[in-house]
Design a protein around this ligand. Structure first.
Ligand SMILES: *[C@@H]1O[C@H](CO)[C@@H](O)[C@H](O)[C@H]1NC(C)=O
Ligand SMILES: *[C@@H]1O[C@H](CO)[C@@H](O)[C@H](O)[C@H]1NC(C)=O
Ligand SMILES: *[C@@H]1O[C@H](CO)[C@@H](O)[C@H](O)[C@H]1NC(C)=O
Ligand SMILES: *[C@@H]1O[C@H](CO)[C@@H](O)[C@H](O)[C@H]1NC(C)=O
Ligand SMILES: *[C@@H]1O[C@H](CO)[C@@H](O)[C@H](O)[C@H]1NC(C)=O
Ligand SMILES: *[C@@H]1O[C@H](CO)[C@@H](O)[C@H](O)[C@H]1NC(C)=O
Length: 481
C-alpha cells in the first residue's frame, strides 16, 4: 500500500502546481514573489538594546504614490501567540502630524517600550499584540520616517489625503502580508485619531464596494479614545471640564462663555484674548494628564519640539500659541529618550527606516507639517454613516485628560442622539471600578478612571482589558468577581 499512496500524493501535489500556474497570469506569480521578498526584507532581526521576544516584527516602507514618490513607514508586530488566528489591528496617533511609533508603539501599547533614562527597550507585558497582530503607521507623509520625494506635498496635507494615502498603504501592505488579509481587520487610535480612524474606516467601506476583489479589506470595527470629534462640543466641554476640575477661575470661565461661540468657524479677537488666560494655566500643569507631574529636567540638547498640536482642531489651533507648548506623556520625560533613540543611525538601520536621507530629524510631532488644509468641523456625519454600515464602534475616554476630556465626549455623544440600550454602569478591573460604560444603539462608550490623554500609558492593564473586550465584541465586566 505504502508506495502507491506515496505516488498518489506526489501526483496530486504535482498536478495542483501545474493547474495553479496554468490559471494564474504570469504577472500575479511575479507580484506574489516580489511581495514575499519585500516582506522578508522588512523582517527586523533585533533592535539595539532590545530584550528577547518570541514573535516576529517587521518594519519598512510602503509606497502609496509612485509619481510623487510618497512612502509611509510602518512597524508591525505579530501576535504573541497564534498570529494566524488573531485579527489585524492598526493603531493611529493624532496630531495632526504626530507619530504612532513614537507614541503608540514606544510609549503606549506596543510590546517594546522605551526605557527611561537609557537607550534600551523594555518588554511591555500589557502589549496589545497579546490580542492582535499589531500594526503601527506613521501617517501622513512628513510624520516621523514617512516622506515624500515631492516636497510640495508637505504643503498640501489634510484629512482627505491622509485617509487616501493610508487606504493605499493598507491595500499594498496586505499584498506584502497576504496570509493576514482574510483575518478580521480593526482600527484604533486616539486624539486627532478621532478624525483619522473614522475617515479611514469610511474610505475602506466605500472602496470595498467598488474595488477589485483582491483589494477587499475585511474591516469589522474601530475604537477611538479621547478623540477629537466635534469642534463645538469638544471646545465647550474642554472649558467646562477645566472649571469643574478647579483649574480656572470663575472669572476666566465667564469671560470665555461671554466672548466665545465655539460653533462659529472663525473666533473673535475677544474670544482669543479670553482663551489666552485659559492656556496660561496649562503652561504649569499637564493639560493631557491633570494629576501627574510635568517633565522638569528635559535634556538641554534635545531637539524635541516644545510644542505639539496633538488633538487640536486645526483651524482653531493655528490661532493659539497655547496649543503648541506642552510636551506629552507619562513618565513625563520618557519622550526625550524615545527621540534620542529613534535618531540613532543604528536604530534606523535596524528598523529599515530613513533609507533616503530625510532632511530633518525624527520628532514625535512633525515640524515639517505646518499647514493643514481640510478638516471637517464635525465627524458625527461620518460616525452616523459607519453605524449604518454595520461597523462596530467603541469610544473611550481617560477621565483625567484636560485636552479632549470626558465632558466633551459626553456632550458630543449626546448630540449624536442615539437610543440607549444599556444605561450608565460601572465596569470592573479585578475588584476595582475601571470606569463607567453605556451602550447606545450602534455605539459603546467607556470611561477609563484615572487615565490621561494616552490611556494605555497611564493604565496599561485596563487598556488591555478594553481592547480585548472590544475585539471580542463583549461588554466589560459589570461585576467585581
Ligand atoms: C499621486 O498624488 C498626486 C498629488 O497628491 C495626485 O494628483 C495623483 O492622482 C496621485 N496618483 C495616484 C496614482 O493616486
Ligand atoms: C524617493 O527617491 C529616492 C532617491 O531617488 C528613491 O530611492 C526612493 O525610492 C524614492 N521613493 C519613492 C517612494 O519613490
Ligand atoms: C453661535 O454661532 C452659530 C453659528 O454661527 C449661531 O447659529 C448661533 O446662534 C450662535 N450662538 C449664539 C449664542 O450666539
Ligand atoms: C543628548 O546628549 C546625550 C548625552 O551626551 C546623548 O546620549 C543623547 O543622545 C543626546 N540627544 C540628542 C537628541 O542628541
Ligand atoms: C535621516 O538621516 C539623515 C542622515 O542621513 C539625518 O540627518 C536625518 O536627521 C534623518 N531623518 C530622520 C527623520 O530620521
Ligand atoms: C429610538 O427608539 C424609538 C422607539 O423604539 C424609535 O422610534 C426611534 O426611531 C429610535 N431612534 C433612533 C435614533 O434610533
Amino acid at each position: 500500500m505504502a508506495p502507491s499512496i506515496g505516488c498518489l500524493l506526489l501526483f496530486l501535489a504535482f498536478s495542483s502546481v501545474t493547474l495553479a500556474s496554468a490559471r494564474l497570469p504570469e504577472r500575479f506569480i511575479y507580484e506574489d514573489r516580489r511581495a514575499e521578498a519585500e516582506r522578508e526584507a522588512d523582517l527586523v532581526d533585533s533592535l539595539p538594546g532590545q530584550p528577547e521576544i518570541e514573535f516576529r516584527q517587521y518594519a519598512g516602507y510602503v509606497t502609496v504614490n509612485e509619481s510623487h514618490g510618497r512612502a509611509l513607514f510602518y512597524w508591525f508586530f505579530e501576535a504573541q501567540s497564534k498570529p494566524e488566528e488573531k485579527p489585524v489591528l492598526l493603531w493611529l496617533n493624532g496630531g495632526p502630524g504626530c507619530s504612532s511609533i513614537g507614541y503608540g508603539a514606544m510609549e503606549e501599547l506596543g510590546p517594546l517600550l522605551m526605557h527611561k533614562g537609557k537607550p534600551e527597550l523594555r518588554f511591555n507585558k500589557h502589549a496589545w499584540n497579546r490580542e492582535a497582530n499589531l500594526l503601527f503607521l506613521e501617517s501622513p507623509i512628513g510624520v516621523g520616517f514617512s516622506y515624500s520625494n515631492t516636497s510640495a506635498d508637505l504643503q498640501n496635507l489634510g484629512d482627505e489625503i491622509t485617509a487616501r494615502d493610508s487606504y493605499t498603504f493598507l491595500v499594498n501592505w496586505f499584498k506584502r502580508f497576504p496570509h493576514l488579509k482574510t483575518q478580521d481587520f480593526y482600527i484604533a487610535g486616539e486624539s486627532y485619531g478621532g478624525h483619522y480612524v473614522p475617515q479611514l474606516a469610511e474610505k475602506i467601506l466605500d472602496e470595498n464596494k467598488k474595488a477589485p476583489k483582491e483589494n477587499y479589506i475585511n474591516l469589522k470595527g474601530f475604537m477611538i479614545g479621547n478623540a477629537l470629534l466635534d469642534d463645538d462640543t469638544d471646545q465647550t466641554g474642554m472649558i467646562d471640564y477645566a472649571w469643574d476640575h478647579a483649574v480656572i477661575s470663575d472669572g476666566v470661565l465667564h469671560n470665555i462663555k461671554k466672548n466665545c461661540n465655539f460653533s462659529m468657524e472663525e473666533q473673535t479677537l475677544e474670544c482669543s484674548m479670553a482663551m489666552t488666560d485659559y492656556y496660561d494655566v496649562y503652561n504649569i500643569i499637564d493639560m493631557y494628564s491633570l494629576y501627574t507631574p510635568t517633565c522638569v529636567d528635559q535634556p538641554a540638547n534635545s531637539t524635541q519640539q516644545k510644542w505639539r498640536i496633538e488633538g487640536a482642531a486645526p483651524k482653531f489651533a493655528s490661532k493659539f500659541d497655547g496649543w503648541h507648548k506642552k510636551p506629552a506623556g507619562y513618565d513625563p520625560c520618557v519622550s526625550y529618550d524615545t527621540e534620542a533613540y529613534l535618531n540613532q543611525p543604528k536604530v534606523q538601520k535596524a528598523l529599515h527606516a530613513n533609507v533616503t536621507g530625510i532632511p530633518y530629524s525624527w520628532t514625535h510631532c512633525s515640524g515639517a507639517i505646518d499647514n493643514w488644509g481640510d478638516a471637517p468641523a464635525s465627524i458625527l456625519p461620518t460616525i452616523r454613516k459607519l453605524i449604518q454600515g454595520g461597523i462596530r464602534i467603541w469610544v473611550y475616554s481617560g477621565d483625567t485628560d484636560g485636552r479632549i476630556p470626558v465632558t466633551a465626549t459626553r456632550q458630543t455623544l449626546n448630540k449624536l442622539g442615539l437610543n440607549i440600550t444599556q444605561d450608565w454602569t460601572p465596569w470592573y478591573n479585578h475588584k476595582q471600578v475601571g470606569g463607567w460604560t453605556i451602550n447606545y444603539d450602534g455605539l459603546t462608550f467607556v470611561t477609563v478612571r484615572g487615565a490621561g490623554h494616552q490611556v494605555p500609558t497611564f493604565v496599561p492593564k485596563q487598556a488591555l482589558q478594553l481592547i480585548e473586550h472590544f475585539l471580542a465584541n463583549r461588554d466589560l465586566p459589570k461585576t467585581d468577581f
